[in-house]
Design a protein around this ligand. Structure first.
Ligand SMILES: Nc1nc2c(ncn2[C@@H]2O[C@H](COP(=O)(O)OP(=O)(O)OP(=O)(O)O)[C@@H](O)[C@H]2O)c(=O)[nH]1
Ligand SMILES: [Zn+2]
Length: 348
């Protein structure tokens, strides 16, 4: 197969060797070419190959049988396809993954769901306001190393603080050996430090909670409005808006960015952390209450009540904090329940 020259998308010589091995081992007679999964839908896939973007579906005799375990494609996977110029191409196999992120499948609650694969770098994005937490950085770094890729800590919104270097120092301390970059997309500062990673053929995933400036950064890197900055992606190339998510974006320089809905949820791991980030002001007040277990009702020395009364804490803000906190607790309980079920079924 010498058509690989035309297919980049991060496909390497090592991937080609795996492809050759598969074709030989399975004695495939058809002409198969490599492609990369750029979107996953229920039964169909969007792929990029030497023929550009097209649709694909699974080869039934390979993927729908009772023998052994098959690997289903996920966003980022390299696959071998029989190309069909008239319609959906046929996916024969998923080539071995170099890295991946997974979560508990929300549908089955039993199985692992792969949310992104074959990325080189994990940009751990933490913004330099209430979002900054060394604990969160540690967790993200651990997850990134486990994925098989290289973490890079990206401190965003550096324009919001005067002492970004202090935060860089703290991040370095909890993540030895990991590169730390501070950027301000707003002021266009530090972005050139990312050029080292955002290069031809390299695939990047972003890990971080909502609102830390992912979309803004993707747009800046792309040099155009690919994502709108309130979490809804739009397909503007065809001149109409849809809510379909772009799951893999190829930048002009050949770098690839994966952004799947599942990745977003990895960033929501623990809502309590998210709560701290968006309601840091309320949490600070809570710490000032005289009693540790203050319910902010009639207790003396309640800083929350005082702040509401003197107008420094808007009532509606406190209410939405309470609401989110309740949801967060419920989610934690649900997660714990799921986990115990999973543990039990594993022990059987
Ligand atoms: N001060 C400052 N604000 C920024 C910067 N980058 C992004 N923002 C703002 O932060 C807010 C959130 O940015 P987004 O890019 O939408 O954040 P996101 O991480 O994509 O958030 P979700 O879409 O919810 O996942 C927007 O109001 C941006 O204008 C920055 O460098 N400095
Ligand atoms: Zn109180």
């Amino acid at each position: 197969m010498n058509n690989i020259m035309n297919f980049r998308y991060g496909f390497t010589q090592a991937d080609q060797m795996e492809a050759d091995r598969y074709i030989k081992q399975e004695r495939i007679q058809e002409k198969l070419i490599p492609a990369r999964i750029t979107q996953v839908h229920r039964e169909r896939y969007q792929i990029a190959s030497e023929h550009g973007e097209s649709g694909a579906k699974l080869k039934g005799s390979v993927f729908y049988n009772d023998e052994g375990v098959v690997t289903y494609p996920a966003v980022g996977d390299f696959v071998l396809i029989r190309y069909n110029p008239q319609g959906d191409s046929i996916i024969y196999t998923v080539l071995p993954r170099k890295s991946y992120f997974s979560r508990l499948d929300p549908a089955t609650r039993q199985t692992e769901q792969i949310v992104a694969t074959n990325f080189d770098y994990v940009f751990i994005m933490v913004s330099l306001n209430h979002n900054f937490s060394t604990g969160r950085i540690e967790r993200y770094v651990t997850a990134a190393w486990q994925s098989g890729a290289t973490p890079v800590i990206v401190l965003t919104k550096a324009d919001l603080v005067d002492d970004a270097w202090k935060y860089i120092g703290q991040a370095c301390l909890v993540a030895p050996g990991v590169d730390v970059v501070a950027i301000s997309t707003l002021k266009e500062e530090g972005l050139e430090d990312l050029n080292r990673y955002v290069t031809n053929g390299k695939t990047i995933v972003f890990l971080g909670s909502s609102g830390i400036g992912k979309s803004t950064l993707v747009n800046a890197l792309a040099g155009k409005e690919i994502m709108n900055t309130n979490g809804i992606r739009e397909e503007d190339s065809k001149g109409y808006h849809t809510t379909t998510h772009r799951q893999m974006i190829e930048l002009d320089n050949g770098a690839l960015i994966i952004d799947t809905p599942g990745m977003r949820e990895l960033g929501l791991w623990d809502v309590s952390e998210g709560l701290k980030e968006s309601f840091g002001d309320v949490e600070e007040l809570v710490e000032q209450c005289r009693f540790n277990n203050c319910t902010h009702g009639n207790e003396p020395g309640c800083a929350i009540r005082e702040a509401i009364e003197n107008g420094t804490l808007p009532d509606h803000r406190y209410k939405s904090y309470v609401k989110l906190q309740r949801e967060s607790k419920m989610r934690e309980q649900k997660e714990a329940l799921k986990q115990s079920r999973l543990d039990r079924s594993r022990r059987k």
